[in-house]
Ligand binder design. Structure first.
Ligand code: GRF
Length: 203
């Protein structure tokens, strides 16, 4: 299967997915990486890995819809089967999400439905949660609200800083995201009526 990855920052999840394609742990290949931030480290990483990449800077567009249209054109030119959001920090329009429904995955650093939105690690610490984690979900128009496919939990320790917790979560993200992407490549997971299915069973 053909995979396009959308990023805004560091790209460690994108890297984990690219590596898993190289080792054939994912039954697919990353045909393009698109960043909305020119300075994103993910663009350098893609260049090093010989993955075609491009930047579509949202700041050069007047509104969300025109950005989404340009983004969508760039995606479509790569003819992907699957679109993977990996630290992509823009909210996508309903029309965009509808177009790729069932083919669009995101990873969110919390145990959804807890902590949608930003600053998830800080909020877990502030609330003195004993566990935290990450969720891979299908993207639907509800922000961070699409059905979860797989989660990984990590402990929260008493003196954890945001960085401590974020790095503990990232280790898990790099394991579960490639796994779920491979499931989608192999047709094992699907989105139907806003619900996620694994081998035909509702999750
Ligand atoms: C990850 O923690 C992911 O859950 C969130 O943004 C972060 C991206 O990290 N959506 P990276 O760019 O993949 O290193």
């Amino acid at each position: 299967k053909r995979i396009v990855i959308l990023v805004s920052g560091n790209g460690s999840n994108a890297r984990a997915i690219i590596d898993s394609c190289m080792t054939q742990a994912i039954n697919g290949s990353v045909v393009k990486l698109i960043s909305n931030v020119q300075s994103a480290h993910a663009l350098e990483m893609a260049a090093q890995a010989n993955i075609p990449s491009t930047c579509i800077d949202h700041k050069t567009f007047h509104d969300r819809d025109s950005f989404d249209i340009a983004l969508s054109q760039e995606i479509d030119s790569a003819k992907p089967d699957i679109i993977v959001l990996a630290g992509f920090m823009r909210i996508l329009s309903d029309a965009f999400v509808a177009k790729y429904l069932g083919r669009l995955l995101n990873i969110h650093p919390s145990l959804l439905p807890k902590y949608t939105g930003l600053r998830t690690h800080q909020r877990a610490i502030d609330n003195e949660d004993s566990e935290h984690g990450t969720s891979v979900h299908f993207v639907t128009p509800e922000l961070d609200g699409g059905p979860v496919v797989l989660q990984a939990k990590v402990p929260v320790f008493e003196n954890d800083t945001v960085d401590d917790l974020a790095s503990r979560v990232l280790v898990q993200e790099h394991k579960i995201y490639p796994l779920v992407v491979n499931w989608l490549c192999n047709g094992r997971i699907a989105l139907n009526n806003k619900k996620a299915f694994f081998d035909g069973q509702e999750l």
